[in-house]
Design a protein around this ligand. Structure first.
Ligand SMILES: Nc1ncnc2c1ncn2[C@@H]1O[C@H](COP(=O)(O)OP(=O)(O)OP(=O)(O)O)[C@@H](O)[C@H]1O
Length: 241
């Protein structure tokens, strides 16, 4: 790591992108994207609207292929066949409206071999998810909490959350943050979270990756930033304003 807090050292990586290029309908969306996420870290992926955060996450999940460059998870190429190793909360995901939360969770627990029933019950209490409620009648925030519960009930080594707080009230945000923190306590799991809620989330992150205009604007170690008298928010402002 250098004196500005930029991460320069290479450890064991959960995610590695090198010189990644993506164009959609001939429009360049990601250009020469290179960064790494160490195993066991909680990394914030931060950037303005349209920066390329969701596109980058879809790339990591294998839902999108790069036009050029390398995308690796745990040292092997990313791709849809690696979906079993990661748990993904998409930004515009929708759960089946005709099911109750309980019916959906039963279905999901059958789909995912790494489902942990004990964790599901614990998180359902923490997040205030009611099994009897029909998904189609849920508010945006209630559905967001159920989606997060679905993601965190799996024991996948990599958790990728795209805007987990969109439409979620303050108390629920706190519950979600504490659920994420308690998940981190079990050791080797790696989190990548895209969010605009920098102030609320900054206490959680140990690293941040800043993306703007489809390119990486910097990778920072949060502890090192703090030691140099900066916060995640001030760093974000320096880079983007
Ligand atoms: N299917 C698509 N067709 C055309 N353009 C697209 C498509 N998907 C993404 N883009 C464009 O790619 C750019 C990056 O979009 P992306 O959704 O990755 O940004 P983001 O950082 O997640 O934004 P936000 O913070 O607003 O969610 C935007 O300019 C968007 O319009």
């Amino acid at each position: 790591m250098n004196s500005k807090g930029m991460v320069t050292s290479k450890g064991r990586s959960a995610v590695r992108c090198e010189e990644v290029q993506v164009a959609i309908k001939r429009k360049p969306i990601l250009s020469r994207v290179s960064f790494e996420i160490p195993v066991g870290s909680l990394t914030g992926l931060l950037g303005p609207n349209g920066a390329g955060k969701s596109t980058l996450m879809r790339l990591l999940t294998g839902l999108l292929e790069p036009d050029d460059g390398v995308v690796e998870l745990f040292g092997r190429p990313a791709g849809w066949e690696r979906l079993g190793e990661l748990s993904f909360l998409p930004d515009r995901g929708q759960l089946p409206a005709h099911l109750t939360a309980g019916e959906w969770l039963n279905l999901a627990s059958g789909i995912y071999p790494d489902w942990n029933k004990g964790r599901e019950a614990e998180l359902a209490r923490e997040l205030g998810v009611y099994r009897e409620k029909k998904i189609g009648t849920m508010s945006r925030g209630e559905e967001a909490r159920l989606q997060l519960l679905t993601c965190l009930s799996r024991e996948a080594p990599l958790i990728i959350l795209d805007e987990p707080f969109a439409g979620v009230d303050m108390i629920s945000r706190e519950r979600i943050s504490s659920a994420v923190v308690s998940e981190m306590a079990d050791g080797e799991r790696t989190f990548l979270i895209a969010t605009h809620d920098i102030r609320e989330m900054e206490q959680l992150f140990d690293r941040i990756v800043l993306i703007g205009g489809g390119t990486i604007q910097g990778e920072f170690d949060v502890e090192t930033l703090r030691m140099s008298g900066r916060s995640v928010e001030s760093c974000y402002r320096e880079v983007f304003s």
